[in-house]
Design a protein around this ligand. Structure first.
Ligand SMILES: [Zn+2]
Length: 381
């Protein structure tokens, strides 16, 4: 009989990003673990928050420093080792089965998905961000009249090599929008207005709800045909959101429509709506969710959020994600805090006689990799 929960399983990180190959100095390093547009106020540092604390506590030893080495000492050591060596150390120490990489966010500043697989020494797969493809197509000089079909064709082409699509509808226009598919004429009109504005401002950021709705529905059709999940960003994860309107229960009509199509929806990050996400996973057959990213940002309190995610959410619907972006430290911490958090919660369940190690082990196996392997075409381990 095993005497402890097996938490050292290989994880499928179903939502993560590339890491920076740049040599990051004191300012640059801190900017990479801030969600804000601005640096911390004069006289303070990013190390003075839970994520800064866990970087010092758990990451410093991998750079040959004492646990809780100062932030200054940490950044100096990181520069001395070089970004390539630092990234290799953290990614190979993260116990990953495979990485599902969102390639649509600041992709010129970070490593691509193939390079990430090489650094981690593990299989990597691409998840294509719908809105990023819309912006790429718009920049080609396509006419507004041709845009709806050109966008759909390009998205389908990109999806051919991907294991999922992702939408950031909540970042750009919130979930409190009309969730029906727009008519083609409406999309053409909206594209015309977008192109005129973008050409003048020289900024192609897509913020038009009609075009984003078009992207959602052509994306949904592709996911349906290719049998791949649609990832939906929820809540925490970007500075430019109206948090209250990023509650995924506003998106019930769209979720219900995709349930009929048998398209899996994976709700990403979810904080502070992890309870709503768990509830949606109970109601809808096609809903999955994770509490990635926020585990890093809450550090010592991450097990509490994990506990909320486990309150009523199905064990068969929760997924593991680090949502690491930019810093390889975030890959390492994501898995570290996941393993610590789930063990803390399940040890409590065992102590209170809700289950034994056998059931706890099964719950860990499901969330660590088995749920993701069931819905994403990532192959066998
Ligand atoms: Zn992300």
């Amino acid at each position: 009989m095993p005497t402890d929960i097996a938490i050292d399983l290989k994880l499928i990180d179903h939502h993560c990003h590339g890491v920076s190959p740049a040599e990051l100095d004191w300012k640059g390093f801190q900017a990479m673990f801030s969600e804000s547009y601005l640096p911390p106020p004069e006289g303070t540092t990013e190390f003075q928050k839970p994520l800064g604390l866990v970087i010092r506590r758990f990451c410093a030893p991998l750079l040959d420093l004492e646990p809780l080495a100062s932030g200054q000492a940490y950044v100096e050591r990181r520069l001395a080792l070089g970004a390539a060596e630092v990234n290799r150390r953290f990614l190979t120490a993260s116990g990953l089965d495979s990485l599902l990489i969102d390639t649509g966010h600041r992709s010129n500043a970070i490593l691509g998905w193939q390079e990430m697989g090489k650094v981690a020494g593990r299989p990597a797969h691409e998840v294509v961000r719908i809105e990023a493809v819309a912006e790429e197509v718009a920049k080609t000089g396509v006419s507004a009249a041709d845009f709806p079909d050109a966008f759909a064709a390009e998205l389908d082409k990109r999806a051919a090599g991907a294991v999922g699509l992702k939408t950031i509808v909540a970042y750009r226009v919130t979930f409190k929008i009309d969730q029906s598919a727009p008519e083609k004429g409406e999309v053409v009109k909206a594209a015309g207005a977008w192109f005129a504005k973008a050409a003048e401002a020289k900024r192609w950021r897509l913020e038009d709800a009609t075009i984003i709705r078009h992207g959602l529905w052509i994306g949904a059709e592709i996911c349906r045909a290719r049998k791949i999940p649609l990832q939906v960003h929820v809540g925490f994860g970007d500075p430019d959101i109206y948090m209250h309107a990023c509650d995924p229960t506003h998106f019930t009509d769209f979720i219900a429509a995709l349930e009929k199509w048998k398209v899996a929806i994976t709700l990403l990050h979810c904080y502070p709506f992890q309870r709503e996400a768990g509830w949606l996973s109970e109601i809808f057959q096609n809903v999955y969710y994770d509490v990635g990213c926020i585990q890093n940002y809450t550090g010592p309190s991450s097990a509490d959020i994990f506990g909320e995610a486990l309150e009523m959410g199905k064990f068969s619907k929760q997924l593991y994600s680090s949502d690491a972006f930019g810093l390889s430290e975030l890959y390492y911490l994501g898995q570290k805090l996941f393993r610590k958090g789930i063990k803390q919660r399940l040890d409590r369940w065992i102590a209170e006689d809700f289950c034994t190690i056998k059931e706890a082990d099964e719950i860990v196996r499901l969330i660590a990799a088995e749920n993701a392997r069931r819905i994403y075409p990532v192959g066998e381990p």
